[in-house]
Design a protein around this ligand. Structure first.
Ligand code: NAP
Length: 299
């Protein structure tokens, strides 16, 4: 086992939820030697140091010294600004890998820092870091999707592998499309479950009761998707091509909440593309398509 002084050094600008979680696990696994922790406020840097268990806290960017790895884990909107401030410091970089973990931004936001002595990348863990104390136990088997310079990717791969993550390299030009995949799977799911809640609230069920009733159903669907595919897991009135039920349901929802009715039609239209046409004739398919894409006063 390498002594701490033989390990590569890592400094972090922005040791918030993600930054301090990754740093803590890397420190615990003896993957890196934590060098500096630079947040906006000293109290936040001290709290991050306490969580990680190592590092020199600061709230002044000019304190930064060159390291082997530099993680910029400030909010996405500040990454490029921090990169430009770093450039102005004119540090004597030594083959440093500078990376961020944004899902939507590519490594190009760090391009002002790219030189013979600096290598840039983005590495996005597909994990929600809402609770760092919980996340430190949960990173194994998550995917990390990365793009950037060859050297940076080569150096970062063992770091993320040491977290037990699956490493995938993606094209820089496809970063936003990649991120949309996470938005669909992660951000839109709560909106869909919330629509279910709104329906059950009309019947007088509390949000807690709605969760108890609906989440087993949602989990079952996820299990079915895992075992087969989104198409094969599809059940319900759109898959069956049950036009009269769907018409009545849209009317019932319009009487309850026009917003819910529009949402139902929008999702049904997308769901229609998933049907296997075993139960839907081309005529039914066309009829449903018109129904889902018509204005409410025409239905
Ligand atoms: N959270 C997630 O689930 C998640 C998942 C995947 C990827 N990511 C990515 O991880 C990155 C960080 O997100 P996060 O959720 O960890 O953010 P966060 O919890 O809000 O933490 C941001 C940290 O950046 C510091 N900071 C902000 N502006 C700064 C500046 N100008 N100079 C130095 N420090 C600064 C903050 O310091 P103070 O505390 O002093 O304000 C804070 O410690 C983002 O790129 C995000 O897209 C997050």
């Amino acid at each position: 086992m390498l002594k701490p002084t033989q390990l590569p050094t890592l400094s972090i600008i922005g040791a918030g939820k993600l930054g301090k979680t990754l740093a803590r696990v890397w420190f615990d696994n003896s993957t890196v030697n934590i060098q500096q922790i630079i947040n906006q406020t000293q109290s936040s840097s001290l709290a991050a140091k306490a969580f990680i268990g190592s590092g020199t806290p600061s709230n002044a960017l000019p304190d930064l010294k060159p390291s082997d790895f530099l993680l910029i884990a400030v909010p996405d909107s500040d990454i490029e600004t921090v990169a430009k401030k770093l450039l102005a410091l004119e540090l004597n970089w030594q083959n440093t890998v500078i990376f961020h973990c944004s899902g939507s931004l590519s490594s190009s936001v760090l391009s002002c820092l790219k030189s013979d002595n600096t290598h840039i990348a983005s590495a996005h863990p597909l994990h929600s870091f809402a609770d760092p104390a919980h996340s430190i136990q949960q990173l194994q088997h998550c995917f990390c999707c990365a793009e950037g310079d060859d050297y940076a990717l080569e150096q970062l791969y063992p770091l993320f592998q040491s977290l037990g993550m699956h490493w995938k390299e993606i094209e820089q030009s496809q970063k936003l499309v990649y991120h949309a995949a996470a938005v669909f799977a992660c951000n839109f799911l709560p909106s869909i479950i919330n629509a279910s809640h709104e329906c059950l609230e009309v019947l007088g069920f509390s949000p807690e009761q709605a969760n108890e009733m609906l989440l087993p159903l949602a989990r079952q669907t996820l299990t079915n998707i895992e075992k087969t595919s989104p198409n094969a897991a599809l059940t319900g009135p759109v898959q069956r091509g049950d036009v009269s039920l769907i018409e009545s349901q849209i009317t019932a929802l319009e009487n309850t909440s026009p917003e819910l009715a529009s949402f139902y039609k929008m999702l049904s239209s997308a769901t229609l593309k998933l049907t296997d046409h075993k139960n839907t004739s081309p005529e039914t398919h066309t009829e449903l398509s018109h129904l889902f894409n018509s204005d409410s006063d025409q239905t």
